[in-house]
Design a protein around this ligand. Structure first.
Ligand SMILES: NC(=O)c1ccc[n+]([C@@H]2O[C@H](COP(=O)([O-])OP(=O)(O)OC[C@H]3O[C@@H](n4cnc5c(N)ncnc54)[C@H](OP(=O)(O)O)[C@@H]3O)[C@@H](O)[C@H]2O)c1
Length: 244
């Protein structure tokens, strides 16, 4: 019997990378998990198959409020109530400040801040007392990622306030900030310099390697489970000791 037997969870962006590992880890702990994906049906189908009947996929673009409404109709129909929300999906387009347009700004904020905020709001209405919310975050000063880090800083503020607002119901709200983790997002951000990026990150990391999605999913599962009951409003760096 896993630590999450009988629990239900919503994980955004569960088709690939960290979200995929989170879905499978929560399922292995006994949870029934509904996860979202943006458009990669093949990857979503593979996670559903790996989830052995306990993982359900719903396509929903989280930058669009109509999609979020449709997502929660599916949550109500397929899960009933909710115990766990993992706000994981995000976009991180690279681009310098000098070239950013209003549309770039609006898109990143819509996907990484507005979407998670309204998903959290809708989830709170369904979360049972003692529930868990984990928001995937990030911070840094890497050139080209100003809008990405700005969107995540806003999410950190939402995490801190939500923890205070929901504490009386025994609901914990925490952030998890991964270090460089081997996913499509990390590979896309490195572009043509993947080899150098991996070498640099490895040298800057106390544990001397790149993170794997499972390194992050194990910590998310802990924060989603009963043993983390006294941790809330925190932003945990899960990075193998990445400097900076
Ligand atoms: N990887 C890292 O090094 C790293 C470091 C720090 C923080 N993080 C954070 O960790 C989280 C997961 O990152 P990752 O590296 O696993 O990302 P990833 O490999 O790019 O996977 C992104 C996932 O989110 C989904 N997604 C993307 N845009 C979406 C949208 N508009 N609506 C709904 N779903 C959407 C994708 O669905 P499709 O498959 O359909 O496209 C996919 O399942 C993010 O919050 C990221 O900021 C990652």
């Amino acid at each position: 019997m896993g630590t999450l037997a009988g629990k239900t969870a919503l994980v955004t962006g569960g088709s690939r990378g960290i979200g995929r590992a989170v879905v499978l880890r929560l399922v292995s702990e006994g949870a029934k998990v509904l996860f979202t994906f943006a458009g990669n049906q093949t990857a979503a189908d593979e996670v559903v198959a790996a989830g052995g009947g306990e993982a359900i996929a719903v396509q929903a673009h989280q930058g669009k409020l109509a999609d979020i409404e449709r997502l929660f109709a599916a949550v109500d129909e397929r899960l009933g109530g909710l115990d766990i929300l993992v706000n994981n999906a995000a976009a991180n387009p690279m681009g310098g400040i000098a070239d950013a347009t209003e549309a770039d700004f609006d898109e990143v904020i819509a996907i990484n801040t507005k979407g998670p905020f309204f998903i959290l709001q809708a989830a709170v209405k369904r979360l049972r007392d003692g529930g868990r919310i984990v928001n995937l975050s990030s911070s840094g000063s890497t050139p080209g990622l100003s809008l990405y880090f700005a969107s995540k800083a806003a999410l950190d503020a939402i995490t801190a306030v939500a923890a205070r607002e929901l504490g009386s119901r025994g609901i914990t709200v925490n952030g998890v900030s991964p270090g460089a983790t081997e996913t499509d997002m990390m590979r896309a951000a490195a572009g043509d310099h993947l080899e150098q990026a991996v070498e640099y990150v490895t040298a800057q990391t106390a544990l001397g390697r790149l993170g794997q999605p499972e390194d992050i999913a194990d910590v998310v599962a802990f924060l989603a489970g009963p043993d983390s009951r006294w941790i809330t409003g925190q932003n945990l760096r899960v990075s193998g000791g990445l400097a900076g």
